[in-house]
Design a protein around this ligand. Structure first.
Ligand SMILES: O=C(O)c1ccccc1N[C@@H]1O[C@H](COP(=O)(O)O)[C@@H](O)[C@H]1O
Length: 211
């Protein structure tokens, strides 16, 4: 099985070009103002246009966005997918409003947190952020990877939270994840991706899918 890879929170061309060169399936642009990976719509537009002529897919990440915020970004940035931190009901509304593929973040600590319904195109199964974190993702925190073993996933899903080049292969083996998502684990500093770490992460994820 080929494991899908998303690298999230690109802010600069060097990191983005590494993602494109080493074959990331999805590239995430972060529109949450409190994130160190936040990009303005104008900057995101520049980065997205570099992605447009490649096989990679451009994902926009939003935390509890208003309709107007999503619409304003879509006016400037050619996003393929919206990754949302919101309720399933609001995600379905934004999918209808935007006409875009939508992914929904699902914070998970224990097996009972795993979703049994899926009204969007993909579920992002990720560690639940502590209240003091200040943001619901991008904190480098892992979830117990075996929590998804035997789970009857109601739709396509992707594993996120605290993944690194060193642990991603084990995480895939323990969780049976078909795809993985990383932000902080491939950075030299918050918001700046390390091209060598991006390469190593993608190689490790792909090799775990080949066994
Ligand atoms: O990256 C952020 O700063 C961020 C902010 C708000 C919501 C989500 C965010 N990132 C997403 O969180 C997960 C895991 O990140 P990490 O690998 O643990 O750093 C991932 O889906 C990012 O897309």
């Amino acid at each position: 099985m080929t494991i899908g890879v998303k690298i999230c929170g690109l802010t600069e061309e060097r990191g983005l070009d590494a993602c494109l060169e080493y074959g990331a399936d999805w590239i995430g642009l972060n529109f949450f103002a409190k994130s160190p990976r936040h990009v303005t719509p104008a900057r995101a537009g520049e980065l997205a246009r570099r992605i447009e002529c490649t096989p990679s897919i451009c994902v926009g990440l939003f935390v509890e966005p208003t309709d107007a915020e999503v619409a304003a970004v879509l006016d400037t940035v050619p996003l393929d997918v919206l990754q949302l931190y919101t309720s399933p009901e609001r995600a379905a509304l934004l999918a209808r409003m935007s006409g875009k593929e939508v992914w929904l973040s699902c914070p998970v600590s224990i097996r009972a947190d795993l979703p049994v319904h899926c009204a969007v195109q993909r579920l992002v199964i990720e560690s639940r952020a502590p209240k003091e974190a200040g943001r619901p993702g991008g904190n480098g925190l892992t979830l117990p990877w075996d929590v998804t073993q035997g789970w009857n996933a109601p739709g396509p899903w992707i594993l996120a939270g605290g993944l690194t080049p060193e642990n991603v292969a084990l995480a895939i083996r323990m969780s049976d994840a078909p795809a993985v998502d990383v932000a902080s684990g491939v950075e030299s500093e918050p918001g700046i991706k390390d091209p060598a770490a991006v390469k190593h992460f993608i190689e490790q994820a792909h090799s775990a899918g080949n066994v």
